[in-house]
Design a protein around this ligand. Sequence first.
Ligand code: ZN
Length: 343
Amino acid sequence: MTSFLKRIVFSGITSLDTQWLKKRSCIEVISPFHHLVSDEPVPWIDKLYGYKNSRQFEADLDWLLRNFRPLSLEQVAEQVQRGQPFPEKGFLICFDDGLRQVYETAAPILLRKGVPAAFFLNPQFVDNQSIFHNFKKGLLLDRFDRMSITPGILAAAGKILGIQLTGPDQLRKNIAGINYLNKQLFDGLAPIFDLDFDRFRQEQKPFMDQAQIRQLIGQGFSVGAHSMDHPLYSLVPLKEQLRQTRESVTWVHERFKPRYRTFAFPHVDTGVSKTFFDELAGPDAPELDLILGNTTAMLEQNPRVVHRFIGENPDIPIDRMVKTVLSYNIARKAINRQYIRRN
Ligand SMILES: [Zn+2]
């Protein structure tokens, strides 16, 4: 979130009238995205980001239902294809990464409330074939924070990282700084922290399997693609961005036969070029029906792109978040800067 957004999120924004903001903003789909809802600690995620418990999530849905109509992924894709404004502003709930807590905790609440939702999947994680590199980071940081870091650990970790470590803080910073491009370092560090990622994967099963996903689809939920193994797109070349996108969309389409070909960016869409959007969702015979971005409160020139915002911060109730998104959008619109510029 930009510092401007942060500033308004903690200001007196909740006193603003939702209907007033709704009328003035040009955002037609209010789309909070989440990863999970959980009433239990999740050690592989707790060091990475916060999330809501079932009571908070339910309160969010109640507020959204009072102020907007719920939309399914298909309704959003259909409207976008028609190329016309939405008849009424609505909200679309998204969950990324295909985590098992979606099946266990979020979906039953959504069903009870009659709220549709879209789940964006990474083929390499479905069925727990492999685990997201960020969860390895989460597990290492969790272990790190509960261990006393001896000189022996520092020396062994330094060898893996290829640096001379001077203290625990430096090691923690280095673990936190590992990304998609050097993610193999996580596997090298695991034994030093007494972690076995394969055992973790088999025991914890952090992701949904295909049977669970099929059950959710049978209950009326929608699925889309989220890249093969979740790279930050700005770290990989265009060719790889396109491959990750196409292969994951095809995989989801072949397995689950959704009505529309949809894709949600892993991490963020920052730095993704105009060519990417033109190639996959240009005006002539687009390969994708709908792309979900993550650039909060902004619009895309390409009409097939809808931007979402993080809805799962447990410190920010949804009314404050939505009002912030709408206010920010109105402010950008006032200076004619509501569209993202792509090179
Ligand atoms: Zn994701």
